[in-house]
Design a protein around this ligand. Structure first.
Ligand code: DSN
Length: 418
């Protein structure tokens, strides 16, 4: 940041302040993580100077010799890591990856059967609030009111009734394992394509800790952030037969030139994700999530779907008389960052909600394990009350001390990612 501080001290001081915030707070937002310094370096590299519309060997700009090698490297590493036949590493984000995949598979106005946003799905799976629900017709499945898990028989019933052209699995707040094989059977029954958006669980899948969707899905979309702990951006995996349509739908269909510094950072992300260190890290993410879920339940908090199989959990705050918004604000006041989140059958609107979503990917990157999780569960449970006599500064100090013990970005070679 030395150059930035010289050229634009105001901007540099905001980055410094954000680094301080990241360092001194416990990050429990399930979609966030701390990337290695290698990723930061790649994303800040001189590749930002280049335009390269098109694909390796077939560009609309000159001077792409090195760029082609970099994109080929990212593609090969993505295919090797996930066992896919084709990868497109150009989508600027997960939503862009989904948009391009829909464009490759569907005609405007055709029907997408996705998971209800309120039950753990994602805006880009056909919600009316997103272009995906306006350009295509979104219909939805949810979770069972009894188990709060996906009811596959209900998915089958809805699919048979509405005959969608595409079924989407995956989401942003579903704590249980997804049965991709069953989804494939349902898609085959009604002649639909099957797409898996694995953005949240991609790291677990890369490490072999969550079943892979690759043998079952026509197309798999993802980001390289979240559990992947890498570049800001998206990617699409598919069988060879869909490669041409997917590539055309990304460029020129929905994007212009790729963000090449991020393509480079994606290549680095896939390399890091193929190491034993990464597999151990993912195992600890899952262990930490299960441990935290158990501790919170032992203390009496209600978890949606009874717990977690992955990196995230949803806590229903209604039994302790709080809304999700209040829970998020209270935890923020003691230095814990989470997000308010709708829970299945939530009576509150999205700006209020009845739940909070908690994930363990970021704190595990800092090196925290069961001992720290035990303390974090005490802090969360102890803070979550409206009682004005509560001494929040005591919890704030505990969070601060924990963060001091696991500093961020002080020594690139010590930081747990390499
Ligand atoms: N949907 C956002 C989240 O999970 O936080 C990002 O994909």
């Amino acid at each position: 940041m030395k150059k930035l501080a010289l050229v634009d001290p105001e901007a540099a001081s905001l980055v410094e302040a954000e680094l301080y915030r990241q360092n001194k707070n416990l990050e429990l937002i399930a979609s966030e993580n701390f990337v290695s310094e290698a990723i930061l370096e790649a994303q800040g590299s001189i590749l930002t100077n280049k335009y390269a519309e098109g694909y390796p060997g077939n560009r609309y700009h000159g001077g792409c010799e090195q760029i082609d090698k970099i994109e080929d490297l990212a593609i090969k590493r993505a295919c090797d890591l996930f066992g896919a036949e084709h990868a497109n590493v150009q989508p600027h984000s997960g939503v862009n990856a989904n948009l391009a995949a829909y464009m490759a598979l569907l005609k405007p106005g055709e029907t997408i059967l996705g998971m209800l946003l309120q039950h753990g799905g994602h805006l880009s799976h056909g919600s009316k609030a997103s272009i995906t629900g306006n350009y295509y017709k979104g219909i939805f499945y949810g979770v069972s009111p009894d188990t709060e898990m996906i009811d596959y028989d209900e998915v089958e019933e809805i699919a048979k009734k509405h005959r969608p052209q595409l079924i989407v699995a995956g989401g942003s707040a579903y704590p249980r394992t997804i049965d991709f094989a069953r989804f494939r059977e349902i898609a085959d029954l009604v002649g639909a394509f099957f797409l898996v958006d694995m953005a949240h669980i991609a790291g677990l899948i890369a490490a072999g800790i969550h079943p892979t969707p690759i043998p079952y899905a026509d197309v798999v979309t993802s980001t390289t952030t979240k559990t992947m702990r890498g570049a800001r951006g998206g990617f699409i995996l598919s069988k060879k037969e869909r490669a041409k349509a997917i590539d055309k739908a990304v460029f020129p269909g929905t994007q212009g030139g790729p963000i090449l510094q991020n393509v480079l950072a994606k290549a680095v992300t896939f390399r890091l994700a193929s190491t034993n260190t990464f597999r151990e890290y993912q195992a600890q993410v899952k262990t930490n999530a299960a441990f935290l879920a158990d501790r919170l339940q032992e203390k009496g908090l209600r978890l949606v779907a009874g717990g977690t199989d992955n990196h995230l959990m949803l806590v229903d705050l209604r039994p302790i008389g709080l809304t999700g918004k209040e829970g998020e604000e209270i935890l923020e006041s003691v230095g814990i960052t989470v997000n308010k989140n709708l829970i299945p059958f939530d009576p509150n609107p999205p700006a209020v909600t009845s739940g909070i979503r908690i994930g363990t990917a970021a704190i595990t990157s800092r090196g925290m394990k069961e001992r720290e999780i035990e303390e974090i569960s005490d802090i969360i449970f102890g803070s979550l009350t409206k009682d004005p006599s509560l001494k929040r500064d005591i919890f704030r100090k505990k969070v601060y001390d924990l963060c001091q013990e696991f500093p961020l970005y002080l020594d690139p070679f010590e930081f747990a990612c390499i």
